[in-house]
Design a protein around this ligand. Structure first.
Ligand code: SF4
Length: 292
């Protein structure tokens, strides 16, 4: 199968890439390398978690764990991150667009009372209009069984101007929204990103960060510690650092497990619990995120 994942970035991301080599590695492929139309490698596929097959429970809804579901709200992002592990799914996955499709997802959740956490993901949900975003948020926040509606977005890092005060106010309305984002190096925690985070946090919306351990971006203890300190200073809670998923096309970003463990050890020796995320791998078939 061909992977079609061209370079694409918002103007903000391009500006940041022009002053940060670590961020530029996430925006552009190296010279001579094109992951656009690259063949899927034999070792890794594009869908290790079965999101196109067994984890797909109804149109646009994925479930891998009993207590949570993921809704595909968009197949677009503010930037096609070169390390993206969903690179083969964007453009192929089913995206919920109509009221009937959304109602079917809501009915699936109602039929599974153990589901208490709904991830509004994609793609990036904040590529939609405020009205469309709130259509998803309100549909799931209205269910008494749902405690958490996660807005999964990299906009704080790749297009922070998208987080307006008007949007933050709307997101805060239900009291159930958590925003999950991704920052991978300290350069990304700019004044604009801090302002975007504060708009959410000042409205009472928790903002959490999952980073990806990436060769050439954050694969040393000093770089990782600098990132985690910058996030804490912005009141963004770092909660996971992921090993790269077993997906085709991102081999150049992989960090050996021994090196990852050494970075984790040195971070834990330097940082308090509020600044110290769990270093994990997402392993196909595992019942939990697996500590490294
Ligand atoms: S924002 Fe997330 S889903 Fe979108 S390309 Fe980047 S890593 Fe992939």
């Amino acid at each position: 199968m061909k992977i079609d994942f061209p370079e694409y970035a918002s103007d903000y991301s391009k500006r940041l890439a022009s002053v940060s080599k670590a961020f530029a590695k996430q925006v552009y492929d190296p010279k001579g390398f094109s992951s656009n139309n690259q063949d899927e490698s034999e070792e890794y596929g594009i869908d290790p978690f079965g999101e196109l097959t067994h984890a797909s429970k109804c149109f646009g809804l994925k479930q891998r764990f009993k207590d949570r579901v993921l809704i595909m709200t968009s197949d677009k992002c503010f930037m096609n991150c070169r390390h993206c592990t969903r690179r083969g799914l964007l453009g192929k996955a089913q995206v919920v667009r109509t009221d009937d499709e959304l109602n079917a997802c809501v009915n699936y959740v109602k039929a599974c009372p153990q589901v208490r956490d709904v991830l509004l993901s994609g793609g990036d949900i904040l590529t939609l209009s405020d009205k469309e975003v709130m259509r998803f948020v309100d549909a799931f926040a209205a269910l008494s069984q749902v405690d958490i509606v996660r807005v999964c977005t990299r906009a704080l890092c790749t297009n922070p101007g998208r987080i307006t005060d008007k949007l933050a106010k709307a997101l805060a309305r239900s009291g159930k929204v958590w925003v999950n984002t991704q920052f991978n190096c300290a350069d990304e925690v700019t004044a604009e990103a801090r302002l975007a985070a504060s708009r959410l946090i000042n409205r009472g919306i928790p903002v959490s960060c999952q980073s990806v351990l990436l060769k050439g971006v954050n694969d040393s203890a000093p770089k990782m510690i600098k990132l985690l300190k910058a996030l804490s200073a912005a009141r963004i809670r770092p909660y996971y650092v992921f090993m790269c998923d077993p997906v085709a096309g991102i081999e150049r970003f992989r960090v050996p497990i021994e090196k990852a463990r050494e970075i984790e050890r040195r971070c834990a020796e330097s940082l308090g619990g509020l600044s110290m995320p769990r270093f994990v791998a997402d392993i196909p078939g595992a019942k939990r995120k697996t500590p490294i």
